[in-house]
Design a protein around this ligand. Structure first.
Ligand SMILES: Nc1nc(=O)c2c([nH]1)NC[C@@H]1CN(c3ccc(C(=O)N[C@@H](CCC(=O)O)C(=O)O)cc3)CN21
Ligand SMILES: O=c1ccn([C@H]2C[C@H](O)[C@@H](COP(=O)(O)O)O2)c(=O)[nH]1
Length: 283
């Protein structure tokens, strides 16, 4: 929690204003932040200085792992975060590639589970990584990347937390995740949870102990209309100790994640937090 608050304070103290053409809202911005999460000791990085709706963040991750491409699929599993980008963004609404209501196009999980090869076949990046790690193999390229610049125009938004590399060292599984652009008040609340859960889940289904998850953020920003709430409300609050995450031990394979796992299979123990804060969302 301290590293999150330190980043927020750093943006407030040292950030520079940057105009943003896509949303029309300028952002107070810093470049480069390195966060880490202690999955080995189950220090769940849930924001405590406001109430975090962590189940929606886990649902969003499950949707990515399943290769979802439609905001309705996300809603069905308890996550509304893609409604606006799928249905309210003018550039995407006018894009001939959009297949209709709720379509998100070839984003995130579509790239992770069915990357298009030149010969028309598809590549399941996630399955390759799960299969290798399950056999104890780390080929120094256990990477799942959602970042496919050749298909940006076929999706509603470029992926933000876009690449995940897994490493096996001394029987322990590590994760390095890279994020190009980060809405610190809203998005990072979700992305911290997702890095942690991704490593915990992958360790569980491949039969390894989890170590640390390392999260690199390049462009970290606070939108102008979020700044007062961050500086005058959230940053004035004292954090509580980190809670713990309990994952249903029956989750044992990628097929389990694809078929029956829901957010009910994740529970947080000992979550003490301040009141919710409703930050504005820039589309
Ligand atoms: N401007 C912007 N910021 C983002 O963080 C973001 C995007 N766009 N577009 C794509 C996804 C969608 N994400 C989102 C979207 C909404 C919330 C949000 O409204 N969170 C609320 C509560 C959500 C709930 O009740 O389930 C929050 O208070 O954290 C969070 C992340 C993250 N990403
Ligand atoms: O997982 C996510 C997804 C998105 N965001 C934020 C970061 C930016 O504020 C916007 C995306 O806008 P771009 O113009 O494409 O950079 O969404 C996030 O923080 N986390």
């Amino acid at each position: 929690m301290k590293q999150y608050l330190d980043l927020c304070q750093r943006i407030v103290d040292e950030g520079e204003w940057v105009e943003n053409k896509r949303t029309g809202i300028k952002c107070l911005t810093v470049i480069n932040a390195d966060l880490e999460y202690d999955v080995a000791n189950n220090q769940f990085p849930l924001i405590t200085t406001r109430k975090s709706f962590y189940k929606a963040a886990i649902a969003e991750l499950l949707g990515y792992l399943r290769g979802y491409d439609n905001a309705a699929q996300f809603r069905e599993i308890g996550c509304k975060t893609w409604d606006a980008n799928a249905n309210q963004n003018d550039a995407w609404l006018n894009n001939p590639a959009r297949k209709g209501d709720d379509d998100m196009g070839r984003v995130y999980g579509v790239q992770g589970r069915s990357w298009q090869r030149p010969d028309g076949s598809t590549l399941d990046q996630l399955k390759k990584v799960v299969d290798n790690l399950s056999k104890g193999i780390d080929d120094r390229g256990e990477i799942v990347t959602f970042y496919n610049p050749g298909e940006f125009e076929l999706g509603c938004l470029r992926p933000c937390m876009h690449s995940h590399q897994f490493s096996l060292l001394g029987g322990t599984l590590y994760l390095n995740s890279t994020q190009r652009s980060c809405d610190v008040p809203l998005g990072l609340n979700f992305n911290q949870i997702q890095c942690f859960v991704l490593l915990a889940l992958m360790a569980q289904i491949t039969g390894h102990k989890p170590g640390k998850a390392y999260h690199k953020i390049i462009n970290a920003h606070i939108y102008e209309n979020q700044l007062d709430l961050m500086r005058d409300v959230q940053l004035k609050r004292e954090p509580f100790p980190a809670p713990q995450l309990k994952i249903n031990p029956k989750i044992q394979s990628l097929e389990d994640i694809e078929s029956w796992v829901t957010t009910d299979d994740f529970d947080v123990v000992g979550y003490q937090c301040h009141d919710p804060i409703k930050y504005p969302f820039a589309v």
